[in-house]
Design a protein around this ligand. Sequence first.
Ligand SMILES: Cc1cc2nc3c(=O)[nH]c(=O)nc-3n(C[C@H](O)[C@H](O)[C@H](O)COP(=O)(O)OP(=O)(O)OC[C@H]3O[C@@H](n4cnc5c(N)ncnc54)[C@H](O)[C@@H]3O)c2cc1C
Length: 385
Amino acid sequence: MSRLPKTASVVIIGGGVMGASTVYHLASRGYKDVLLLEREKFFGTGATGRCAGGIRYQFNTEVNIRLSQKSLPMIDAFEEETGQSVLVQKCGYLFALTREKDVEVFRKTVELQRSLGVQTEWLTGEEVRNIAAPCDFPDALAGSFNAEDGLADPNSIVMGYINAARRHGAVCITDCSAIGIDVKNNQIWKVQTSLGTIETKTVVNACGPWSASLGKEISLEIPVFPLRRQWFVTEAIQELPEDFPFVIDFAQSLYFHREGSGLLTGMSNPNEKIGDDQRIDSEWELKHIESAIQRMPLLGNSGIQARQAGLYEMTPDAHPIIGPTPVEGFYLLSGFSGHGFMQGPICGKLMAEILIDGEATTVDISKLDYNRFAEKRLIPEYNVV
Ligand SMILES: Cc1cc2nc3c(=O)[nH]c(=O)nc-3n(C[C@H](O)[C@H](O)[C@H](O)COP(=O)(O)OP(=O)(O)OC[C@H]3O[C@@H](n4cnc5c(N)ncnc54)[C@H](O)[C@@H]3O)c2cc1C
């Protein structure tokens, strides 16, 4: 394990996809003395390691679409850039719509995506039934499909960035909790950790679902709250077509995609309470199994091979907070609300631009500022699964 340095130009707290991408993008631009801290034994065991691996262009707001337009090509080029393969599968995402109100919103969303250069297709109910088979959608009214959406491996992205950052001289440490932050004259001064104290003027809070807890250390309210989500993977299903896409029954927040020779399925509990419980909710799992079998009857013949629960890091408008806060030197990179894995590559790069160049230039993220909540400038995202 690396020794904890006594000083650092930047301390990034949280070794999920956001922290890993930020440390890599700072170090690869020659930024010196960058330090990444992760409290667990391994990097990427928080939300990132529990995520479903989906990557998509299909969002409902311009800023999220533009983030995907930069981030997904970075995932495609990841191996070339870092030497780490990330198992990209372009299986496509199909949003199946069964409610008139969703059809109305998605029709406009697809128009917005196409106006920005994203080639999402609009589908009839019949086309949804054909593409989604063996899922059963007698009630599908319409849908949207993008063949460039798909899957990638979260742990490969985290470790690819961390190994590459280390080669550029960054120090990345596990088993080290940030337990306090000292502020002098409203400016970051020191980070207290379980392994000792570090002097620094700059901290990036990349603590994912636990970001608000870190904010409390400096009495800063951070509107990011943890919300449990879960999925399971079935045993092998022979009848599953090789080209089965990532299928989303939008009205039920129920999704399916191939995972090896089995199927991964998740369903969001609309009544889940804010909290950081990461145990499987067995009662909800039963409801999920019922709904999943209804949509894909052949699931009834298959057992569960693995299950996972984790935390979304939600904000009130389901968009992240990226940038400075009222405490000088304290930056936020958090609140990705269920779609942070795919946005990790670009958002770490944008954070590096903010710290090195003074502003993010690759994508205009001025609307994703900390003050938007107090100033009531929320920008709701509809395509949250
Ligand atoms: C079930 C599920 C399915 C998902 N599916 C998808 C998907 O298909 N596609 C997608 O794009 N996104 C998905 N997401 C969302 C995605 O996983 C998150 O948005 C993203 O991983 C957030 O990354 P992060 O680095 O901000 O947080 P995390 O990965 O949680 O990293 C934060 C890290 O900070 C560490 N930490 C916290 N406090 C401290 C401290 N005081 N000191 C040191 N370390 C600390 C934690 O241990 C953790 O490792 C899913 C999430 C879940 C839970």
